[in-house]
Structures are given as structure tokens and as C-alpha cells.
Write a protein that binds this ligand. Sequence first.
Ligand code: BGC
Length: 447
Amino acid sequence: MAIIQFPKDMKWGTATASYQIEGAANEDGRGVSIWDTFSKTPGNVVNGDNGDIACDSYHRFEEDIELMKELGIDVYRFSIAWPRIFPNGTGEINQKGLDYYHRLVDKLIESDIEPMCTLYHWDLPQALQDKGGWNNRETIDAFVQYAEVIFKEFSGKINKWLTLNEPWCISFLSNYIGVHAPGNKNLQLAAQISHHLLVTHGLTVKKFRETGIDGQIGFAPNTTWLEPYSNRQEDIDACNREIGWYVEWFMDPVFKGSYPDFMLEWFKKKGVELDIQDGDMEKINQPIDFLGINYYTGHIARHKENEGLLDWEMVEMNYDRTDIGWPIFPEGFYKVLMRIKESYGDIPIYITENGSCYNDEPENGQVKDSGRINYLQQHLTALSRAIASGVNIKGYITWSLMDNFEWAEGYTMRFGIVHVNYRTLERTKKDSYYWYKQTVANNWFEN
Ligand code: BGC
């Protein structure tokens, strides 16, 4: 038994995202997003599920905030649905959309929970997708205008901002692998979109500074870790390519103002020609105040010629997997944080997402999700190792407060520490909720 102790000023939180929890898809003037379109196209989402109702948090946010208050957390990370503010992406502002987020944020502040706002967690207004979406540079301008409205509107209430959640997913998962909205399968398109997203991020940070409002801004890339099967250079290179696709591809431009050469060369080999306009790299390379890191899984891999995009294969180690099938690999969490420290220095880091899928159901009012508690213990221990090794961790925000619409998996995969019954919308605190509550209160746990 060992005590895993966290620093005194450690911030604890939970995270959600608008389309995954809000529901009320047709209320108060909300416009259509790409996720409405995608989820309603047969074959895209398991069981044909969509976010029309989701957790109905739009109507039940007060109850959800009560859950967080009892949990004792410091921070709630949520996202604003762009189509609630600009139903067509640009043009007229929908006041009722702004009003909703004021109600939410006011209630958080009243409950002594700090709001951390993600400006984009994937619900692009469909009207912009119809004009090319993130492949069209006009979407960059539309986003910066939307962000400026939000910054000014919530100045003094929200002090922590994230521009984009997981640009890798927005670009490659959604436009090359094609399993998320809008569902394209085109590497050239996806790579170009990744560049436009980075420009969007940079210009939004610039706009934030120009407005002169108080607060801190960053972004939340998703990370992973592949441990080389052997010390052969080809295995090491293969793993570095996959990590590089997630980490360096998105972080080097932000922190260093350039793309990593090894990835540029690889993409070139695959026929990708990036259109980088004059001044783009300077736009991207804006100082940020903190970095959000999302981490879920990793594994062992080795080089394999002509395998997938990056010439590697996973080697099955029979690690335990969560119910969504992702190997549990806390060591990777520690390692990727160490790599980020080495490459980008002591930038303050919030873990903006980390959590697990376990589909346990309530039995007599109790949800015995011991798998999730175990996952949290393992990953918080890895995080504590990173802190002990000098990584500048400011907070840990678990995914997710409650079960919700899990994108292409619909309602079949549950990541919450609170169970949601999608028929009655009843919330039930899981065992992991109580475990997390204790950990937050103590600022330590016993392993
Ligand atoms: C996303 C969340 C998602 C979670 C679990 C992250 O990639 O930001 O929206 O629910 O992973 O898949």
C-alpha cells in the first residue's frame, strides 16, 4: 500500500461536451450541426442513435451542477455549441443560445465551481460544412468571430479557455479515417484541415489577447503512447511516427512555429501537399497559457512495411481492456507527459480528459464500476509519477461527469462516473463517483 499524494494547489474536475450531453437539439433557435446530419445518416452511429435528447442537460444542468457540487470538484470543463450562438455559423447572434450558457456559468460560479470553456468540441454548424467546412478558410474567420463574441460576452465569468478539442480527431479521424462527422476518407483533405485548424487556433489566441480580457487560453490535443516492441531503430521510428501524428504534428507548430520534418516527409511520401500560406506558421505560433492533454490508451507496436498509413502494427500483449476495447496502458500516460515536457518545457498542463468506458448498470441503486476505479487509480498514479518528475501539472479533469452520447458508438459506451438511464434520464452515482469524491476531498488516495 502506498499513499499517492497530490500537490496542495491541484485542481480537480470533470468534463463533458455540448453535443454529447445537452439534447434540446431543436430548441431556442439552435442551428443544425454536422453531428446532427452525420448521426441521422443511416450506418454512421451504432443503433442509429443521435444527440436530440442525449442527457437532456440543457434542461437538467442544475441537477448536474448539484452532482458536481457534492463531488467537491474545482473545475467543470464544458463546451459551447457554436450552432446555438450562430445557427448558420455566421451572421445573426441567437440571444437564447447565449442566455443558456449564462445560466449554466452563473450556476457554476454560484456553486463555487470554476468554468473551463471549450469553444469547439466538434459541433460545426452544418451551414459552414455546406460551404466546405474546415477545408474552407472562411470557416477560420467565422470561428474567430464566434470566439470573439463569446470572449466578450463571458469576460469576467470564464477565465479558462480552450480553443479546440482534439484537432487530430477533427481532422484525421473525421476526414481520413471517416468514422466521425463529416465522414470523409481523404488524407489530403484531412491534412489540409489539420493545418486550417491550427491556424484557427492561433488566430483565436491572438483575438483573445487583442480583446484584453483577463484569463488563460490553450488547446486540448489528444495524445497516445506506443512503446517500441524492441530497441531496433525501425520499431522506435514506427512508434515515433504514430505518436508524432498526434503529438508533434499539432504541438510543434504551436510551440515552435514549424511542422516536424519527419512527419512532413512521411505525408509527402503519401502524396499529401499542404497548402501553407504566407504568415500561417507565425499565426499558429502564438504563446499559450496552458496546455490541455487528453489521454486514454496506448500499447506496444513495431514496424511493419506497408501497414496502414504509418507502417506499424500493434503487438497483442493481452493487457486488460476497457469495455470499448482500448488497452489499459497507464505507463503511456507517464511517458507521453515526459516527452511533452522534454519537447516543450514547463508549460502548465491540465489533464483535460482521461477516463474509461465500463458499461456497468445499476443494481438496486448501485453501480459497481470497479473497473473504472482501477483505471483511475492507475492513471492518477502515472500522473503523480509525472508530477514527481517535474511535469508542471495544474489539474486533472476526468472524462466524464456522466454517461453520454459516445459519438459513433451512440449510447452503447459509457464513460461517466454518473450513470444515465437514457429512457428516464435518471442519474445514478456510480461507485467511481464516490471514489473520486473521496480522492478530491483528501487530495490523495491509497494504492
Ligand atoms: C473526446 C470525447 C469522447 C472521449 C471518449 C475524446 O476523444 O474528446 O468527446 O467522448 O474521447 O471517446
